[in-house]
Design a protein around this ligand. Structure first.
Ligand code: NAG
Ligand code: NAG
Ligand code: NAG
Length: 328
């Protein structure tokens, strides 16, 4: 197992500082070119999971692999997309796949961008970390392009409409999802149904802001803020639906556990809560406005709270506060 699987709190602080220094010393905003060249995206992989234990690769433009997968036509299709240094087996991918696959009413496809996400690079020192992060960022748009092409392949050959596609993304994966959504709209004139952004990654440099997940990238962009003062995006106006979980900054779990698979950090709390809410209808949200969106652990006070997560009613829009406790 890689020693550092996630952005841990301490390393990410180092990263934030370095990116800050970097962005101050570089000649922006004129500079549009990233300091590293993006990959061609060839290494991006799509794994369909009919059940949690059956992994079937569907290769872009390979009809045999699509056919062999027996993916269900005309069915809501979920694409999972984890963040910086993620691989097919990183915790968000593994647990979310285990929660969602095997259900009759959905297809689950795990998008493995491990060859692009920085997973193959060294992040032992702050300099290496910053470099890897910039490489991963440079690859977000490329990964998004390849995903858009794959969406179209699936639509044409797998009879799955764009509107039935949902990307469930975490951290840096959210911005890949945003890039995929923008590209789908640009190339094919239609938007995918929904992008769920589970604590989208913070944005520091001007390059990053060009690819931020935002309203318009899908018919509905649904954001959960859980670490907005840390490694999460502090921009609070990026979703059609914006969920402020316990104020959106700090969650009831131990940061120091964040490197252990499946353990909680405020950043990972976003996907853990999303999974929890799939199986528990008690997790609800109430509309909020301005400052009261940021209230911590306030009790729900509205006449008609909405269920959060996968079962959120499709017409719900606006900002909401969510009060949730520790999850076992
Ligand atoms: C798809 O698979 C079925 C059997 O599952 C086979 O009969 C058919 O020829 C295959 N089609 C293609 C295009 O591979
Ligand atoms: C669902 O995900 C949570 C973590 O988010 C995990 O604790 C739980 O075991 C998963 N459930 C299944 C059925 O895999
Ligand atoms: C759902 O969550 C609530 C609040 O955390 C908890 O009391 C309840 O036991 C949970 N129900 C199930 C079925 O897990």
């Amino acid at each position: 197992m890689r020693k550092v699987k996630n952005l841990s709190a301490s390393l990410s602080l180092v990263c934030i500082c370095w990116l800050g220094v970097l962005s101050l010393t570089s000649a922006f905003p004129q500079q549009q070119e990233l300091p590293v060249s993006p990959s061609d995206g060839e290494g991006l992989k799509f794994y369909y999971f009919p059940t949690p234990d059956q992994q079937m690769e569907i290769v872009y433009n390979d009809l045999e692999s699509l056919n062999a997968s027996n993916i269900k036509p005309a069915t809501k299709t979920i694409f999972l997309l984890d963040g910086f240094t993620s691989t097919a087996t990183s915790p968000m991918n593994t647990y979310t796949k285990n929660n969602f696959s095997g259900r009759a009413d959905v297809n689950v496809i795990l998008v493995d961008w491990g060859s692009l996400s920085g997973a193959e690079l060294s992040i032992g020192t702050p300099i290496e970390m910053v470099f890897s992060y910039l490489v991963a960022f440079a690859n977000c748009a490329t990964a998004g392009d390849r995903m858009a092409e794959f969406f179209q392949f699936l639509r044409v050959n797998g009879q799955i409409e764009f509107s039935d596609m949902t990307v469930i993304s975490h951290s840096l994966g959210c911005h890949v999802a945003g890039a995929a959504g923008k590209r789908t709209k640009a190339l094919f004139g239609e938007r995918i149904g929904r992008i769920v952004g589970l604590d989208p990654a913070f944005q520091v440099t001007p390059w990053e802001q060009q690819i931020r997940l935002q309203i318009g990238d899908a018919e509905a962009v649904e954001i959960y803020h859980t670490n907005r003062d840390g490694v999460g995006d502090s921009n609070l106006a990026t979703g059609d639906i914006t969920m402020f979980v316990n104020g959106g900054a700090d969650q009831p779990c131990k940061e120091e556990d964040s490197e252990i698979i499946g353990k909680c950090s405020s950043h990972s709390y976003s996907w853990q809560l999303y999974n929890f809410a799939l199986n528990n209808d008690t997790v609800k949200a109430c509309p909020c406005k301005g400052a009261n969106c940021l209230c911590k652990r306030c009790s729900l006070d509205c006449s008609d709270p909405v269920r959060i997560g996968w079962y959120i009613p499709s017409d719900v829009r606006g900002s909401f506060y969510v009060s949730a406790g520790p999850m076992e």
